[in-house]
Design a protein around this ligand. Structure first.
Ligand code: FE
Ligand code: FE
Length: 210
C-alpha cells in the first residue's frame, strides 16, 4: 500500500524494472490498456496535462492583446495583415482551449506562463529599440513573432502527442488544428521576411550615408 512512492524511473517508462506487480495492478496496467485501447492518464499525468493547458491558455489570451500592438507597430502592409490575420486565429485558439477543458470536464482556467510573458516583453523592447516606419522594425517584429510561434508549436506539439497517446481524440484533434495554424503562421512569417522585408532592410540607412 504505497500508491505515491512510484519512482521517477518508473514514471519515465521503465515499468519493466518496477517491483509493483501486486496491489491493484494500476501501475502495471499501461501495456494491457494500450492493447485494449482504454488507456487513461493517471492522476499525476492528468494534473500535468491540465497545468500545461492552463499555461498555454494564459499565453493565448495575452497574445490577443499583444498582436494588435504588433500590427500597429509594423511598417509593411504584409506584416500588418499577417498579425491581424493571426489575431483572428489566436482568438479561435482561445476558444479551442476552452473546448479542450470542457471535453476533459474541467473549467477553463489560466495560469501565468512565464515563457510567454518573457517573449512578449522581448517583443515590446524590439518595438522600443527600432524606429517607427522602418523596415528594420519589421525584421525585429518578425523575429519576435517567430519566437512566439515556435514556443506555441513546441507546446501544442507536446500536448497533441500526449492527448493522442491517451486516446483523448477530441482534445487531440482540437489541439492539432491549432498546431497546424501555428506552423502555417511561422511559414508565412518566413515568407514575408524573405520576400518583403529582409532585403529592403539591408538598404535602410544607405540614404542617410549618401
Ligand atoms: Fe496560438
Ligand atoms: Fe500563434
Amino acid at each position: 500500500m504505497a500508491p505515491h512512492t512510484k519512482s521517477r524511473t518508473a514514471a519515465a517508462g521503465k515499468t519493466d524494472s518496477s517491483p509493483k506487480a501486486g496491489n491493484d495492478g494500476k501501475a502495471m496496467s499501461k501495456n494491457s490498456e494500450q492493447q485494449s485501447g482504454t488507456q487513461h492518464m493517471g492522476t499525476e499525468l492528468e494534473k500535468f496535462f491540465l497545468e500545461a493547458l492552463k499555461d498555454i491558455y494564459w499565453a493565448e489570451k495575452h497574445l490577443t492583446k499583444a498582436l494588435p500592438k504588433m500590427a500597429k507597430a509594423a511598417t509593411t502592409e504584409e506584416l500588418q495583415e499577417a498579425f491581424e490575420g493571426h489575431l483572428m486565429q489566436t482568438e479561435e485558439h482561445v476558444n479551442r482551449l476552452e473546448q479542450v477543458f470542457q471535453v476533459l470536464g474541467h473549467k477553463a482556467q489560466a495560469k501565468k506562463c512565464d515563457a510567454m510573458e518573457g517573449l512578449l516583453k522581448e517583443a515590446d523592447s524590439m518595438i522600443d529599440e527600432t524606429e517607427d516606419g522602418t523596415i528594420t522594425r519589421d525584421v525585429a517584429l518578425i523575429m519576435a513573432a517567430q519566437k512566439v510561434e515556435h514556443y506555441e508549436i513546441a507546446t501544442y506539439g507536446g500536448l497533441v502527442t500526449l492527448a493522442g497517446t491517451y486516446n483523448l481524440s477530441e482534445a487531440a484533434d482540437l489541439l492539432q488544428q491549432t498546431l497546424d495554424e501555428e506552423k502555417e503562421t511561422d511559414e508565412n512569417l518566413t515568407y514575408i521576411a524573405e520576400n518583403h522585408v529582409n532585403h529592403d532592410a539591408g538598404k535602410e540607412g544607405e540614404d542617410d550615408e549618401a
